[in-house]
Design a protein around this ligand. Structure first.
Ligand code: SAM
Ligand code: SF4
Length: 377
């Protein structure tokens, strides 16, 4: 199979809805294209204990100082402003590696005390989760996404530059035992390293009842080596998986969710059972998701707003503009003033991929100032 990616015109999934008039916190986090952000991704720290090749350089990055990071109280206040004044309905805590924050349980408990019903998820590499999963659930965590690109020790070490697969697997097990189900696994396929292992990873996830999501690699690594031609695309991932399984698209509206979901049936090998879609009655073994941020962007349906670990709003993963809320938080501004600035930042959200149209290889695309770990994925 050719490794070349066809440079077809990227598409957005739906036409933007009619433009609204101006930033107004009373309307929530609305942008010029009529999209409304209800899903907050909040980064707690830029530091990490792995060095995934598609994210961090081998020697790490210059980390923020402790006093530059949002404190537990500041996180709680931002979440309160988001939920009570701006219509946030879901929260995901991320990083860097959020488990590196010793006060994660305190942060969660503070949020949970003020918002008993708010879904609060964590994106983590699971190192250290083994001893903290239960406490995190007690503190109020409702869901977890664990990043794991390979269940083969050597490949894992090559991709993350750390020999930590066992610690991650123990973290996965502890999360499942603590009831953080359905547990989601995030994987990035890197050509020539773990792409051919995609079916193995899916097999492991299905065996354990986890929902695996393959994410196309985006130009967000600190070392700026990304090339579209080298990206393992969603189409290629589907082909890789279809050699061993049979994927059938799930017929339900995906809304603002980034993943396209498929039911997974046993494959075309001799003796395979007929799937329900073939007129058979065998239920699917589980589901898999593919997040095609590069080749099949979903910007028109985006519902996300991001805040970095030092309190800056990024309206899009690829925004070049960052809007500082920390100076307001630390200078005695009231909640309305913070909400107003946050709403203005979101009003300016670009149409797609940080620009006016989606396509990382197209003229007009410029990388954001930060790489993935410093934004918060
Ligand atoms: N350290 C945590 C983790 O790895 O889950 C949270 C932060 S990490 C930046 C969040 C997610 O971003 C991970 O699932 C990771 O695989 C993904 N990611 C990092 N760099 C990426 C890239 N260049 N393209 C696509 N996804 C990326
Ligand atoms: Fe760390 Fe997550 Fe980036 Fe890997 S993807 S280096 S675990 S922040």
């Amino acid at each position: 199979m050719s490794s070349r990616v066809a440079l077809t015109e990227p598409r957005v999934r739906a036409a933007p809805v009619a433009a609204a008039e101006r930033a107004d916190p009373a309307a929530g986090l609305l942008d010029r294209f009529g999209r409304k952000a209800t899903d907050l991704r909040l980064s707690l720290i830029d530091k990490c204990n792995l060095r995934c090749t598609y994210c961090m350089p081998e020697n790490g990055l210059p980390w923020l100082k402790r006093q530059q990071l949002l404190t537990a109280d500041e996180v709680r206040r931002l979440v309160r402003i988001g939920v009570e004044l701006l219509g946030i309905r879901e929260l995901r805590l991320t990083g860097g590696e959020p488990l590196v924050r010793k006060d994660l349980e305190e942060i969660l408990a503070g949020i949970r005390a003020e918002h008993p019903e708010l879904p609060v998820a964590l994106t983590t590499n699971a190192i250290g989760l083994e001893s903290r999963a239960e406490g995190l659930v007690e503190a109020g965590l409702t869901r977890v996404n664990i990043s794991l690109d390979s269940v083969h020790r050597e490949t894992f070490a090559k991709l993350t530059r750390r020999d930590q697969l066992d610690a991650v697997l123990r973290g996965v097990e502890a999360a499942a035992e603590a009831g953080l189900t359905p547990l989601k696994i995030n994987a990035v396929l890197v050509r020539g390293i773990n792409d051919t292992q995609a079916p193995d990873l899916l097999d492991w996830a299905l065996e354990n009842g986890f929902e695996l999501r393959f994410i196309e690699q985006m130009p967000l690594e600190a070392e700026k080596t990304w090339q579209r031609e080298a990206t393992v695309t969603a189409a290629e991932t589907r082909r890789l998986l279809n050699r061993h399984y049979r994927l059938e698209p799930v017929a339900e509206d995906r809304g603002g969710a980034p993943a396209e979901l498929f039911d997974v049936y046993n494959g075309d090998r001799p003796g395979r059972e007929k799937s329900a879609a073939d007129g058979g009655s065998v239920p699917p073994r589980g589901r898999v998701g593919i997040i095609a941020s590069v080749t099949e962007p979903f910007c028109a349906a985006c519902t996300r707003t991001r805040i970095t670990a030092e309190g800056r709003v990024m309206s899009c993963l690829f925004s070049r503009d960052e809007v500082d809320l920390m100076d307001l938080l630390r200078s005695g501004a009231d909640d309305q003033a913070v909400a107003q600035r946050w709403a203005e930042a979101m009003w300016a959200k670009p149409a797609a991929h940080g620009t006016d149209r989606p396509g990382f290889e197209l003229p007009g695309f410029t990388r954001p100032k930060r790489s993935m770990s410093a934004i918060g994925g």
